[in-house]
Every structure is written in C-alpha cells, then in structure tokens.
Design a binder for this molecule. Structure first.
Ligand SMILES: Nc1ncnc2c1ncn2[C@@H]1O[C@H](COP(=O)(O)OP(=O)(O)OP(=O)(O)O)[C@@H](O)[C@H]1O
Ligand SMILES: [Mg+2]
Length: 156
C-alpha cells in the first residue's frame, strides 16, 4: 500500500475496494466509544464505501443501507456504531434531534458530510478526506488520533 506520512497527516492511495477494506479495518481496530469519524469529500468520493468497510470490519454482516434519507442508521455491534449522512440536513441545529451525543456516549459515529453541522462535530474526531481522482484518503485528527495515525499507515 502506498502511504506517505507528513507530520501527523497520512495520505493513502485507494486504487480499489480491497484498499478501502484494508483502511476500513485499520480504522475499525482503533475505534472506541466516543469516537467520531468525519468522512469528507465530493459526491462519489467514497465516503459510504469506507463507512461500510469500517462496519464490516467491526463484524457487521448483511445490508448497510445508505442513511441518505434517514440521516442516521444504527448498528448494534460489539461497539455500537451509528452511520450518519448529513447531506440533507436543512439546518446545523437539526443534528441535535438525531441524538449524536447519545450515540457517542456508548459508541462511535461515522459521519458523511460533517461540514453540514461543523460546529457540532467533536474536536477529537478522526478526519478522513476522500478524493476520487485520484482515489485517495488523507487522515488527520484531534485527540489521540495523531498517535494512532502512524499505525493506521502501517496496517493499511
Ligand atoms: N477506492 C475506490 N476504488 C474504486 N471504487 C470506489 C472506491 N471508493 C468508492 N468507489 C465506488 O465509487 C462509487 C461512489 O462511492 P460512494 O457511494 O462511497 O461515494 P460517497 O462519497 O458516499 O458519495 P455521496 O456523496 O453520494 O454519498 C461507488 O460505486 C463505489 O463502489
Ligand atoms: Mg455516501
């Protein structure tokens, strides 16, 4: 896997779905209750695909419907996980009704389009910025993520 570390920032090429699965597993392995993973990138950049890879690595089997219209989809795994897609959020305040705080109290959140409610995103989140041309992910983060990102680079 081609990975380059610049300070606390990791850029990793994602040429195919196998690469996405490896990155998803590397992130999943380090996820704890209270963690938010912010999945940024244009339409089709691969946000849902990486969220699904993380869910599968955490043991989810079966359907992973995109929360395009429901905004939030919950998964009762060994670590409870919520998958959110904020694209259709009308106002940032609306996120309070989704119960993100409750999710983070005992589980993790994978959040597409976090910029829709920027002010409500946890400061210690892992940021994953995805691009489709070329397909790649850039990882940065607050909290303990700067110490975890080098390990993700090794695993991915
Ligand atoms: N690294 C990759 N290599 C090859 N194909 C990929 C990769 N990542 C995503 N894809 C494919 O690109 C398409 C769009 O991916 P995806 O739905 O994950 O994008 P998205 O960022 O969630 O888009 P949206 O903004 O509409 O939610 C899917 O068909 C997916 O299989
Ligand atoms: Mg999506």
């Amino acid at each position: 896997m081609k990975a380059a570390i610049h300070g606390e920032e990791l850029r990793i090429g994602l040429p195919d779905l196998v690469a996405v699965a490896r990155l998803g597993a590397a992130i999943a392995r380090r996820l704890e209750a209270g963690d938010a993973v912010l999945l940024q990138g244009d339409l089709g950049a691969g946000k849902t695909t990486l969220a699904r890879a993380i869910l599968q690595a955490l043991g989810h089997e079966g359907e992973t419907p995109s929360p395009t219209f429901t905004l939030l989809q919950s998964y009762a795994l060994s670590l409870p996980v919520a998958h959110l897609d904020l694209y259709r959020l009308k106002r940032p305040e609306e996120i309070e009704e989704l119960g993100l705080d409750d999710v983070l109290a005992d589980g993790a959140a994978l959040i597409e389009w976090p910029e829709q409610a920027e002010d409500y995103m946890p400061e210690d989140a892992l940021h994953v910025a995805l691009t489709s041309a070329p397909r790649a992910a850039t990882l940065t983060g607050g909290g303990r993520w700067p110490t975890l990102i080098p390990g993700i680079a090794e695993d991915a």
